[in-house]
Design a protein around this ligand. Structure first.
Ligand code: 8YV
Length: 313
């Protein structure tokens, strides 16, 4: 029986579970009928948490695990992990950068094409047998348009590269000018939204970016504008977005992330001008295999006393 006890906050694909179960004594928090009972029973022996980007690890959870040494996150975003608590208590934190960059950039462009070209609506029209009797409306071109990217980290850069291949003009908002990219820096988000045809959000979640896409930004984006969010639900004021979609302050939105996911605000489901994804930007077999391996490599390195492949804290 493996000795090191780990707590998993949510499931991983079977290939990771098999490997983790072979090397650790795994406690499955998401399967517990009463989570607190499980934590109270096993908490004192837990040395690692394996979590996912959207599930994170709160200070409240970590505080109940006195032997906790490491939180390994299946995802690049660590906004749901209390990093200050981890730092203050000598708990290491790792994530899975780089391996998911290309897939998240792909889904950003995919959502933009799906939204502007109304691909899901066109699919419904053909399936419903209405082709020939109902005209598909003319839609919005993507190529050659102005793309505003909110966030110019690894994924922002990968999105920009793709948009450039579509002949788009690119400008971006970020905390600072990135001198390693050939795109125009716009430090004023409202000015960026006013300029852009399409606004793609890929900033990290967390306090600094809560509701940065607010009613004013949406108003500036305007009635022909399209918003794509592949960051976190917290970065967009959802009430303002729903209102803007309902009254056509903006044309449409393509969303991979939501507040309170997986419980999506029911009003999104009634809107025709929104394309919805179940937080699946990194959800390819190739990327998820690489993410799982990185989580396992970080845990293995930690317990072998080696340098962590992708440390955050
Ligand atoms: C994953 C993510 O969907 O990388 C992140 O921060 O949110 C995603 O890649 C998630 O962690 C998998 O559950």
């Amino acid at each position: 029986m493996p000795e090191v006890e780990i707590l998993m906050t949510g499931s991983y694909p079977e290939w990771d579970m098999v490997d983790l179960e072979a090397n650790y004594r795994v406690h499955r928090l998401w399967e517990a009928t009463d989570r607190q009972t499980l934590i109270t029973r096993v908490g004192k022996d837990i040395r690692a948490i394996a979590t996912r980007g959207e599930l994170g690890a709160s200070a409240e959870l970590m505080a109940q695990l006195p032997k906790l040494e490491i939180v390994s996150c299946y995802g690049v975003g660590t906004d749901a992990i209390d990093l200050s608590y981890a730092r203050a208590n000598g708990i290491r934190v790792t994530n899975t950068p780089d391996v998911l960059t290309e897939d998240v950039a792909d889904i950003a462009i995919g959502l933009l094409l799906a939204t502007a070209r109304q691909i899901p609506q066109a699919d419904v029209l053909v399936r419903s047998g209405l082709w020939g009797s109902v005209a598909m409306p003319l839609v919005t071109r993507v190529s050659g348009k102005k793309v505003g990217i909110v966030g110019m980290g690894r994924i922002g850069k990968a999105i920009a590269k793709r948009a450039a291949a579509f002949g788009c003009d690119i400008s971006y908002f970020a905390r600072h000018d990135h001198t390693d990219v050939p795109y125009a820096y716009e430090p004023d988000l409202i000015a960026l939204a006013g300029w852009a045809d399409f606004l793609i959000v890929i900033v990290p979640g967390g306090e600094a970016t809560v509701k940065i896409i607010n009613a004013d930004v949406l108003k500036a984006l305007g009635p022909n504008g399209i918003l794509i969010n592949v960051s976190r639900g917290t970065t967009v004021d959802e009430q303002a977005l729903i209102a803007a979609l309902q009254d056509r302050t903006i044309q449409a939105a393509g969303l991979d992330v939501f507040l309170n996911e997986p419980r999506v605000d029911a009003r999104f489901l009634t809107l025709q001008n929104v394309v919805l994804q179940p937080h699946h930007g990194s959800g390819t077999v190739e990327t998820r295999k690489a993410m799982g391996k990185l989580v396992r490599d970080n845990l293995a390195a930690h317990f072998a006393g080696s340098a962590l492949p992708t440390p955050v804290v």
